[in-house]
Design a binder for this molecule. Sequence first.
Ligand SMILES: [Zn+2]
Ligand SMILES: [Zn+2]
Length: 140
Amino acid sequence: MSGHPPIRTGVPAYDAVYRHIRDLGDHMPPDTVHRNAMIWRGVQAAVEAMQATYTPPPPGSDRDALPEHLRGLIWPHMRPYLSTACETADACRLAAAEYPEYADELRAWETREHAACRVTRKQDMASCDCRCHTTPKETP
Ligand SMILES: [Zn+2]
Ligand SMILES: [Zn+2]
C-alpha cells in the first residue's frame, strides 16, 4: 500500500471516524460481514458528527450575510427575493386549481410553505416579496 491520506483533525466527521478506528485497536474482523459492520459504524459516526455540528442560522440571522458594504455593491445585480418556500406555496396554489383531486392537499401545503418562509435572504438580508408577508392574516 502507498501513502495514507493526510490526517485532518479538528473536522468533526474526521475526528469521529478516527475515534472509531482507534477504538477498534488491533481487532481484526473475522469475515466480510464484520468488516462491513465496522466500516458502517465509522460512517455512522461521521454522519452523526456532521448532524451535531451543522445548525442552520435562525430566521433573520445575518450569520451567512455578506458584509454590509459589499451588500450595497451587489444589490443591483441581485434578483428580487421570493423565498423557495413562498415560491413553492404559490406553485401549490396554481396546481390546486389544475388538479381538483389534489386541491385540499395542495392548499394544505400552500399554507405550510408560506409559514415555513425564512422571510430574509441570508446572503444579502433582502426581505421576501411574497404577499403573504404583507397581507393581514385575518380578514373580516
Ligand atoms: Zn409567502
Ligand atoms: Zn416569503
